[in-house]
Design a protein around this ligand. Sequence first.
Ligand code: SAM
Length: 229
Amino acid sequence: MRWLHRLRELPGLILLNWLNHFWNLWLWLAEMRAFYGNPALRRADWLWMRSYGLQSPFDLSRRALQAGQLSEDLSIYGETPWTTLQRIAVAAELQPGSQVIDLGCGTGRTLLFFYYALGCPVRGYELVPEFVSRFEALKVRLGLKESVQLYAQNWFEADLRDGDFLLLVGTCYSDVHLQQACRSLGQLRSGAVVASISYALESPDFELLQRFEAPFSWGRATVFLQRRI
Ligand SMILES: C[S@@+](CC[C@H](N)C(=O)[O-])C[C@H]1O[C@@H](n2cnc3c(N)ncnc32)[C@H](O)[C@@H]1O
């Protein structure tokens, strides 16, 4: 009878999927209005879109999970719209030239924003190999060099000591991984700012600067801005 239960859930799921598509279209229109006046960013985004074609990053991430490359709580994919990144950057008083690190950067679209819109050197870490290889090809097309890097690496084991501003979208992290994240972030130098989404960092090493709600690809979530003491 499990199949009957699943069948009953199907219309609700289809509706939810449609609503989510409209939500993401709405977010994308807002991004275009706000940022497509920047020709370098616009070109980078068009090339980024072409590099995925009709293949959704959500699908690629799910396939990596099914292939056993990832643990389930780390691999649930979602995106931060540029309008939300901009709001976070303003709240964090991010300055051009600051070293930005995206802790789990997905396809690397956030990296394009930090570099082209905000003038920050940026690097990301990512566990899905397909995202990394596509970004490498995109980098060649865009002629990007050392200022924008994407590493196929678990960020828990990365050297983050040069980071001025870090983004952590760990909405689906298990408690164990959240604790691991806090331990790894303990290496940051005093004054570095971390924006963590959905959860505050539970560590005496950080002080909370601000919290606010903002839109993400899956709906609204809380942004916690914290400074390394
Ligand atoms: C929710 S997505 C966020 C993508 C991007 N940061 C954004 O805000 O649009 C999280 C991504 O982080 C990656 N990820 C999760 N844990 C990671 C880890 N420990 N090291 C490297 N990448 C990780 C996942 O594979 C996924 O692509």
